[in-house]
Design a protein around this ligand. Structure first.
Ligand code: 3HC
Length: 311
């Protein structure tokens, strides 16, 4: 049973109105958004690592420039999203602390290694493709700053997805060894990409409330289905085989039936036990620690300027 203030809030949500930073909101609504937006920001920041791994080894100068720009975009998305979360009353230092201490989650997908150049193509195509599928509806999220941040982020993600597909198009037209590399990348990235949408609906603890608050517009399984329906024809276009023996077109539902992701693996990865969790966290901790002298310098400078003004 909602009290009158909460009921009025829910009515505004139901009427499709946006909630803005300084307005009253239920504590649970605020907390859910801080959780989701900060996890999203951390995903963008940690997401730079697997691709950054290939900047020095991109096959041509042009590919290197494109990849650099893409990784830089991810940094921008992260900072943008930290700002959106800050409007809810959490500080950036607190969010960093949560990431560096291992308390905060970030997307499971970034705990897998990038073993070949084809992985960079597969990430753009599948990972950014899944991100777009998830984030386009978030442009209509009830919380204004998050919804608006998604508009620009989705535009940039579209460029990222095209650059990934373009890498793979080039490679599948190459040598048999290159085609094999692409198939191998799809084999390794397919299931983790499906896991990006989160646990199945019956295991998703937050979905019902987040959907009632219009933070989420669609359930995890709905978006996963859309992603499969969109991506399978693209795999066929590339001449690749999706590594799922249960994948079949279902005429009646107008979509594909597909196998179940390995949820044991998913829960292990989000609990910190994926192939690269320790490596990713170490990289972020090291970057933070290596930047200490710079932050100290900024604070010392700011203090000097303040005391000069006071004198
Ligand atoms: N990776 C890590 N954790 C995940 C996850 C995943 N793929 N999917 C779910 N989880 C976590 C949830 O965060 C939650 O944990 P918590 O209670 O500790 O916060 C738990 O598993 C239960 O899942 P629910 O389905 O109940 O949680 P949500 O309703 O929050 O849904 C979500 C999960 C769909 C990921 C949702 O949070 C969401 O839409 N987030 C915004 C988008 C986002 O974070 N995207 C990151 C993708 S990568 C990216 O954008 C970078 C790009 O440049 C590639």
């Amino acid at each position: 049973e909602l009290d009158p203030v909460e009921r009025a809030f829910q009515e505004r949500i139901d009427a499709g109105q946006k909630v803005e930073p300084k307005e009253w909101m239920p504590e649970g609504y605020r907390k859910t958004l801080v959780r989701q937006i900060s996890q999203h920001a951390h995903s963008e920041i940690v997401g730079q690592l697997p691709e950054g791994n290939w900047i020095t080894r991109a096959p041509t100068l042009e590919r290197k420039a494109i990849l650099l720009a893409k990784v830089q975009d991810e940094a921008g998305h992260g900072l943008y999203l930290y700002c959106a979360a800050e409007t809810l009353g959490i500080s950036r230092d607190e969010m960093y602390e949560q990431l560096h201490s291992g308390k905060a989650k970030y997307s499971s997908i970034f705990n897998y290694p990038t073993l070949s150049w084809a992985d960079i193509g597969a990430i753009g195509w599948l990972v950014d493709g899944a991100a777009i599928m998830n984030q386009v509806p978030l442009q209509r999220c009830s919380y204004g700053p998050y919804a608006r941040a998604m508009v620009r982020i989705c535009k940039e993600e579209s460029f990222h997805q095209r650059q990934g597909f373009d890498i793979l198009m080039k490679m599948v037209k190459g040598t048999p060894a290159q085609r094999e590399m692409v198939q191998d990348a799809l084999n390794r990235w397919w299931w983790p990409s499906l896991m990006m949408f989160g646990p199945s609906d019956d295991a998703s603890v937050h979905s019902a409330q987040s959907m009632a608050w219009k933070i989420k517009q669609n359930s995890n399984d709905e978006l996963r289905q859309r992603f499969v329906d969109q991506t399978v024809p693209q795999a066929e276009y590339l001449g690749l085989t999706v590594p799922d023996p249960d994948l079949t077109w279902n005429e009646e539902k107008g979509g594909y039936d597909f196998g179940e992701p390995d949820w044991t693996e998913f829960f292990a990865v989000i609990a910190g036990n994926g192939p690269c969790n320790a490596e990713r966290l170490n990289a972020r901790q090291k970057a933070w620690n290596d930047g200490a002298w710079f932050r100290d310098g900024l604070v010392a400078h700011a203090e000097k300027m303040t005391s000069r003004r006071a004198a």
